[in-house]
Design a protein around this ligand. Structure first.
Ligand code: ADP
Ligand code: ADP
Length: 229
Protein backbone atom coordinates (compact mmCIF):
# COMPACT_ATOMS: atom_id res chain seq x y z
CA UNK A 1 0.00 0.00 0.00
CA UNK A 2 1.34 3.44 -0.94
CA UNK A 3 1.31 5.82 2.04
CA UNK A 4 2.99 8.77 0.42
CA UNK A 5 3.39 9.73 -3.22
CA UNK A 6 5.65 12.47 -4.57
CA UNK A 7 4.38 13.30 -8.03
CA UNK A 8 6.66 15.21 -10.35
CA UNK A 9 7.65 17.85 -7.81
CA UNK A 10 9.63 20.94 -8.73
CA UNK A 11 10.43 23.70 -6.23
CA UNK A 12 11.82 27.03 -7.36
CA UNK A 13 12.77 29.65 -4.77
CA UNK A 14 12.57 33.28 -5.87
CA UNK A 15 15.56 35.09 -4.42
CA UNK A 16 14.58 38.63 -5.44
CA UNK A 17 16.06 40.77 -8.19
CA UNK A 18 14.86 38.21 -10.72
CA UNK A 19 17.19 35.55 -9.31
CA UNK A 20 15.85 32.12 -8.56
CA UNK A 21 17.13 28.74 -7.53
CA UNK A 22 15.62 25.41 -8.56
CA UNK A 23 15.99 23.46 -5.32
CA UNK A 24 14.16 20.35 -6.52
CA UNK A 25 13.35 19.29 -10.08
CA UNK A 26 10.97 16.65 -11.43
CA UNK A 27 11.15 14.44 -8.35
CA UNK A 28 9.01 11.29 -8.23
CA UNK A 29 8.92 8.52 -5.68
CA UNK A 30 6.53 6.53 -3.51
CA UNK A 31 6.76 5.41 0.09
CA UNK A 32 5.09 2.20 1.19
CA UNK A 33 2.97 2.17 4.32
CA UNK A 34 4.83 1.17 7.48
CA UNK A 35 8.23 1.44 5.80
CA UNK A 36 11.23 3.68 6.40
CA UNK A 37 12.27 5.82 3.44
CA UNK A 38 15.57 7.69 3.74
CA UNK A 39 16.34 10.79 1.65
CA UNK A 40 20.10 10.77 1.16
CA UNK A 41 22.38 13.14 -0.70
CA UNK A 42 24.91 15.96 -0.42
CA UNK A 43 24.19 19.26 1.25
CA UNK A 44 21.98 21.42 -0.96
CA UNK A 45 20.36 18.59 -2.94
CA UNK A 46 16.91 19.54 -1.67
CA UNK A 47 16.32 16.95 1.08
CA UNK A 48 14.94 19.43 3.59
CA UNK A 49 12.89 21.18 0.93
CA UNK A 50 11.24 17.88 -0.04
CA UNK A 51 10.56 17.06 3.62
CA UNK A 52 9.13 20.54 4.23
CA UNK A 53 6.83 20.13 1.23
CA UNK A 54 5.67 16.79 2.66
CA UNK A 55 5.01 18.60 5.95
CA UNK A 56 3.01 21.27 4.08
CA UNK A 57 5.44 23.99 5.17
CA UNK A 58 6.45 24.76 1.58
CA UNK A 59 4.21 24.65 -1.49
CA UNK A 60 5.61 22.90 -4.58
CA UNK A 61 6.04 25.12 -7.63
CA UNK A 62 4.89 22.20 -9.75
CA UNK A 63 3.57 18.72 -9.02
CA UNK A 64 1.85 17.40 -5.93
CA UNK A 65 2.28 15.28 -2.85
CA UNK A 66 -0.38 12.84 -1.72
CA UNK A 67 -0.70 11.18 1.67
CA UNK A 68 -3.09 8.25 1.78
CA UNK A 69 -4.41 9.55 -1.55
CA UNK A 70 -5.12 13.06 -0.19
CA UNK A 71 -3.27 15.99 -1.74
CA UNK A 72 -1.13 17.90 0.76
CA UNK A 73 -1.94 21.63 0.77
CA UNK A 74 -0.70 22.63 4.21
CA UNK A 75 0.30 21.21 7.57
CA UNK A 76 -1.98 18.53 9.01
CA UNK A 77 -2.36 16.09 11.87
CA UNK A 78 -1.76 13.15 9.56
CA UNK A 79 1.93 14.13 9.65
CA UNK A 80 4.32 14.54 12.57
CA UNK A 81 7.68 16.25 12.31
CA UNK A 82 10.86 15.82 14.35
CA UNK A 83 13.73 18.28 13.90
CA UNK A 84 17.45 18.05 14.60
CA UNK A 85 17.36 20.40 17.57
CA UNK A 86 15.58 18.95 20.59
CA UNK A 87 12.26 20.64 20.93
CA UNK A 88 11.27 19.64 24.42
CA UNK A 89 9.62 22.16 26.75
CA UNK A 90 12.11 22.49 29.59
CA UNK A 91 9.57 23.62 32.16
CA UNK A 92 7.41 20.53 31.70
CA UNK A 93 8.20 16.98 32.84
CA UNK A 94 8.69 14.27 30.22
CA UNK A 95 5.11 13.09 30.79
CA UNK A 96 3.70 16.64 30.53
CA UNK A 97 5.74 17.26 27.39
CA UNK A 98 4.14 14.27 25.69
CA UNK A 99 0.66 15.14 27.00
CA UNK A 100 1.00 18.77 25.92
CA UNK A 101 1.46 17.76 22.28
CA UNK A 102 -1.85 15.88 22.40
CA UNK A 103 -3.62 18.67 24.27
CA UNK A 104 -3.04 20.98 21.29
CA UNK A 105 -4.75 18.38 19.12
CA UNK A 106 -7.76 18.15 21.40
CA UNK A 107 -7.26 14.61 22.64
CA UNK A 108 -9.11 14.06 25.91
CA UNK A 109 -7.26 13.78 29.25
CA UNK A 110 -7.69 10.03 29.89
CA UNK A 111 -6.58 9.22 26.40
CA UNK A 112 -3.61 11.61 26.78
CA UNK A 113 -2.44 9.90 29.96
CA UNK A 114 -2.79 6.46 28.46
CA UNK A 115 -0.95 7.36 25.25
CA UNK A 116 1.79 9.28 27.08
CA UNK A 117 2.49 6.20 29.19
CA UNK A 118 2.58 3.94 26.13
CA UNK A 119 4.87 6.13 24.01
CA UNK A 120 7.20 7.10 26.84
CA UNK A 121 7.71 3.39 27.42
CA UNK A 122 8.11 2.75 23.70
CA UNK A 123 11.06 5.16 23.50
CA UNK A 124 12.59 3.67 26.64
CA UNK A 125 11.97 6.59 29.01
CA UNK A 126 9.59 4.78 31.36
CA UNK A 127 11.77 5.52 34.39
CA UNK A 128 12.08 9.19 33.49
CA UNK A 129 8.44 10.17 33.04
CA UNK A 130 8.51 12.66 35.92
CA UNK A 131 11.95 14.07 35.18
CA UNK A 132 12.51 17.45 33.47
CA UNK A 133 14.26 17.50 30.07
CA UNK A 134 17.15 19.61 31.41
CA UNK A 135 18.14 16.60 33.50
CA UNK A 136 18.31 14.36 30.42
CA UNK A 137 20.99 13.74 27.80
CA UNK A 138 20.59 14.96 24.23
CA UNK A 139 19.54 11.53 22.98
CA UNK A 140 16.93 11.24 25.71
CA UNK A 141 15.54 14.68 24.94
CA UNK A 142 15.25 13.69 21.30
CA UNK A 143 13.32 10.61 22.49
CA UNK A 144 10.90 12.94 24.28
CA UNK A 145 10.30 14.79 21.00
CA UNK A 146 9.78 11.48 19.19
CA UNK A 147 7.33 10.22 21.84
CA UNK A 148 5.43 13.52 21.77
CA UNK A 149 5.14 13.37 17.99
CA UNK A 150 4.17 9.68 17.84
CA UNK A 151 1.55 10.09 20.58
CA UNK A 152 -0.51 12.14 18.12
CA UNK A 153 -0.69 9.03 15.98
CA UNK A 154 0.53 10.52 12.68
CA UNK A 155 0.27 8.40 9.54
CA UNK A 156 3.65 9.70 8.47
CA UNK A 157 6.60 10.68 10.67
CA UNK A 158 8.94 13.19 9.00
CA UNK A 159 12.44 13.56 10.48
CA UNK A 160 15.07 16.06 9.34
CA UNK A 161 18.59 14.94 10.36
CA UNK A 162 17.06 13.77 13.65
CA UNK A 163 20.29 12.39 15.10
CA UNK A 164 22.73 14.87 13.58
CA UNK A 165 23.43 16.58 16.90
CA UNK A 166 24.10 13.35 18.81
CA UNK A 167 27.37 11.54 19.49
CA UNK A 168 28.11 8.36 17.55
CA UNK A 169 27.04 5.88 20.22
CA UNK A 170 23.79 7.68 21.01
CA UNK A 171 23.06 7.95 17.30
CA UNK A 172 23.45 4.19 17.01
CA UNK A 173 21.02 3.60 19.88
CA UNK A 174 18.51 6.01 18.35
CA UNK A 175 18.71 4.23 15.00
CA UNK A 176 17.91 0.93 16.70
CA UNK A 177 15.06 2.63 18.53
CA UNK A 178 13.54 3.88 15.26
CA UNK A 179 13.64 0.39 13.74
CA UNK A 180 11.89 -0.83 16.88
CA UNK A 181 9.28 1.94 16.65
CA UNK A 182 8.66 1.15 12.98
CA UNK A 183 8.05 -2.48 13.88
CA UNK A 184 5.72 -1.71 16.77
CA UNK A 185 3.58 1.03 15.22
CA UNK A 186 1.89 1.56 11.85
CA UNK A 187 3.96 4.66 11.22
CA UNK A 188 5.47 5.36 7.82
CA UNK A 189 8.75 7.25 8.20
CA UNK A 190 10.68 9.60 5.97
CA UNK A 191 14.12 10.41 7.37
CA UNK A 192 16.56 12.95 5.91
CA UNK A 193 20.25 12.31 6.40
CA UNK A 194 23.58 12.82 4.67
CA UNK A 195 25.05 9.84 6.54
CA UNK A 196 25.33 6.80 4.25
CA UNK A 197 25.72 4.30 7.09
CA UNK A 198 22.65 5.65 8.84
CA UNK A 199 20.70 5.41 5.58
CA UNK A 200 21.73 1.79 4.98
CA UNK A 201 20.91 0.81 8.55
CA UNK A 202 17.49 2.46 8.68
CA UNK A 203 16.08 2.39 5.19
CA UNK A 204 13.68 0.01 3.53
CA UNK A 205 14.28 2.31 0.59
CA UNK A 206 16.91 4.99 0.01
CA UNK A 207 16.03 7.83 -2.35
CA UNK A 208 19.43 9.09 -3.41
CA UNK A 209 19.44 12.69 -4.67
CA UNK A 210 21.99 14.70 -6.61
CA UNK A 211 22.27 18.47 -6.37
CA UNK A 212 21.89 21.61 -8.50
CA UNK A 213 19.09 21.03 -9.09
CA UNK A 214 17.96 18.32 -6.67
CA UNK A 215 16.92 15.27 -8.64
CA UNK A 216 16.45 11.62 -7.83
CA UNK A 217 19.61 9.88 -8.97
CA UNK A 218 18.67 6.40 -7.84
CA UNK A 219 16.33 4.45 -5.58
CA UNK A 220 18.13 1.81 -3.59
CA UNK A 221 16.70 -1.05 -1.54
CA UNK A 222 19.45 -2.19 0.85
CA UNK A 223 19.88 -5.87 0.03
CA UNK A 224 19.52 -7.32 3.51
CA UNK A 225 16.22 -5.47 3.93
CA UNK A 226 14.50 -7.04 0.94
CA UNK A 227 11.42 -8.88 2.09
CA UNK A 228 12.33 -8.37 5.72
CA UNK A 229 9.21 -6.40 6.67
P1 ADP B 1 19.54 19.88 1.77
O1 ADP B 1 18.51 19.66 2.83
O2 ADP B 1 19.70 18.68 0.88
O3 ADP B 1 20.85 20.37 2.29
P2 ADP B 1 17.89 22.15 1.02
O4 ADP B 1 16.56 21.60 0.72
O5 ADP B 1 18.12 22.77 2.35
O6 ADP B 1 18.98 21.02 0.77
O7 ADP B 1 18.29 23.22 -0.09
C1 ADP B 1 18.22 22.94 -1.49
C2 ADP B 1 18.54 24.20 -2.27
O8 ADP B 1 17.49 25.13 -2.11
C3 ADP B 1 19.81 24.90 -1.82
O9 ADP B 1 20.41 25.46 -2.96
C4 ADP B 1 19.28 25.98 -0.90
O10 ADP B 1 20.16 27.06 -0.87
C5 ADP B 1 17.97 26.34 -1.54
N1 ADP B 1 16.96 26.80 -0.55
C6 ADP B 1 16.41 26.09 0.42
N2 ADP B 1 15.50 26.80 1.12
C7 ADP B 1 15.48 28.03 0.54
C8 ADP B 1 14.75 29.22 0.79
N3 ADP B 1 13.84 29.30 1.76
N4 ADP B 1 15.00 30.28 -0.01
C9 ADP B 1 15.89 30.20 -0.99
N5 ADP B 1 16.62 29.11 -1.29
C10 ADP B 1 16.42 28.03 -0.54
P1 ADP C 1 1.62 31.23 23.20
O1 ADP C 1 0.37 31.59 22.49
O2 ADP C 1 1.86 31.98 24.46
O3 ADP C 1 2.85 31.18 22.33
P2 ADP C 1 0.80 28.50 22.94
O4 ADP C 1 -0.62 28.82 22.56
O5 ADP C 1 1.74 28.07 21.85
O6 ADP C 1 1.44 29.74 23.73
O7 ADP C 1 0.79 27.39 24.06
C1 ADP C 1 -0.03 27.50 25.19
C2 ADP C 1 0.79 27.20 26.41
O8 ADP C 1 1.63 26.11 26.17
C3 ADP C 1 1.69 28.35 26.80
O9 ADP C 1 1.09 29.19 27.72
C4 ADP C 1 2.91 27.69 27.38
O10 ADP C 1 2.90 27.61 28.77
C5 ADP C 1 2.86 26.28 26.83
N1 ADP C 1 4.01 26.01 25.95
C6 ADP C 1 4.79 24.96 26.05
N2 ADP C 1 5.74 24.98 25.17
C7 ADP C 1 5.60 26.05 24.43
C8 ADP C 1 6.33 26.61 23.34
N3 ADP C 1 7.43 26.04 22.83
N4 ADP C 1 5.88 27.72 22.83
C9 ADP C 1 4.79 28.28 23.33
N5 ADP C 1 4.09 27.80 24.36
C10 ADP C 1 4.49 26.71 24.92
Amino acid sequence: VTALEIKNITKVFELGGGNRVTAVQDVNFKVEQNSICVLLGPSGCGKSTILRMMAGLEIPTKGEIAIGGRTVDGPGRDRGMVFQAYTSFDWLSVRKNVEFGMKINGIDPDERRERAERFINLVGLGKFADVYPSQLSGGMRQRVAIARTLANDPEVLLMDEPFGALDAETRWLMQELMINVAEQTNTTMVIVTHDLEEAIFLADKIVFLSSHPGRVKEEIVPEFKQGQR
